[in-house]
Ligand binder design. Structure first.
Ligand SMILES: Nc1ncnc2c1ncn2[C@@H]1O[C@H](COP(=O)(O)OP(=O)(O)OP(=O)(O)O)[C@@H](O)[C@H]1O
Ligand SMILES: [Mg+2]
Length: 226
């Protein structure tokens, strides 16, 4: 999947004041890249990821998905792209507390109407891949933070996405666990050829990225790439 933004802008209004959270961003995400976006708190990282992940609408400017203008897509088409072609990972995991690890991973496949037997098979394989083959029936509160993030990554992979969008995936984790989670995302990028876009404060993510962008007051800048 190729994503391109043209003068992408998000302006929030709060009372009588406005905040330009994303300011005329021209950003291109090419297939199979590992991209890091760094910037201080409040610089616009989450806002940008929400726009690129079709979870929010820009105030001005455009997003193109494989050269199609996302603003012209119906909300059901946008939902389909999110469900079938994108995977999301968050700082606080966003797992459903009442579901087991296995059921959390099956959920996106269930929403995609995959046959139950296929869901189970795939979820088992993914949990094995992320090292949680022995935690299948644990609920989120029975897992460590690192384990919760592994479940979240397995869930993000459930429908074989072309791109993983991760918003500070190691923000809540200690240094050793962060390393493991980054290694997992890196593996997914290299082996599954999934594009990975990570917003982060974590230098360890920056070390493995193919391209590093910085964002400041909503202005995105390419810092380096290999
Ligand atoms: N729903 C909203 N309504 C109004 N202002 C918002 C909203 N969401 C974010 N903002 C503002 O937009 C700016 C960018 O916020 P954003 O959450 O994108 O930053 P961030 O880089 O992800 O920060 P952090 O590193 O703390 O997660 C901030 O100034 C924030 O206060
Ligand atoms: Mg954020």
């Amino acid at each position: 999947m190729e994503i391109k933004t043209v003068d992408l802008t998000k302006i929030y209004s709060v009372g009588s004041s406005t905040i330009t959270a994303v300011d005329k961003v021209n950003f291109e995400v090419n297939e199979a890249r590992f991209i890091a976006i760094v910037g201080p708190s409040g610089s616009g990282k989450s806002t940008l990821l929400n726009l690129v992940g079709l979870n929010d609408y820009p105030t001005l400017g455009k997003i193109f998905i494989d050269n199609a203008d996302a603003s012209l897509l119906s909300s059901s088409k946008r939902r389909k792209i999110r469900l079938f072609r994108m995977g999301f990972v968050f700082q606080t995991f966003n797992l459903l507390p009442t579901l087991t690890a296995l059921e959390n991973v099956e959920l996106p496949m269930s929403l995609a109407d995959k046959p139950p037997k296929k869901q189970r098979e795939k979820a088992l394989g993914l949990l094995e891949t992320v090292g949680l083959g022995k935690r299948l029936f644990h609920r989120p509160k029975e897992l460590s933070m690192g384990e919760m993030q592994r479940v979240a990554i397995a869930r993000a992979l459930a429908n074989n996405p072309e791109i993983i969008i991760a918003d500070e995936p190691t923000g809540e984790l200690d240094s050793k666990t962060s390393k493991e989670i980054i290694a997992l995302l890196f593996d997914i990028n290299r082996k599954e050829k999934a594009t990975v876009v990570v917003a982060t404060h974590d230098e360890k993510v920056v070390d493995v990225a193919d391209a590093i962008y910085s964002i400041q007051d909503g202005n995105l800048r390419l810092e380096s790439q290999r």
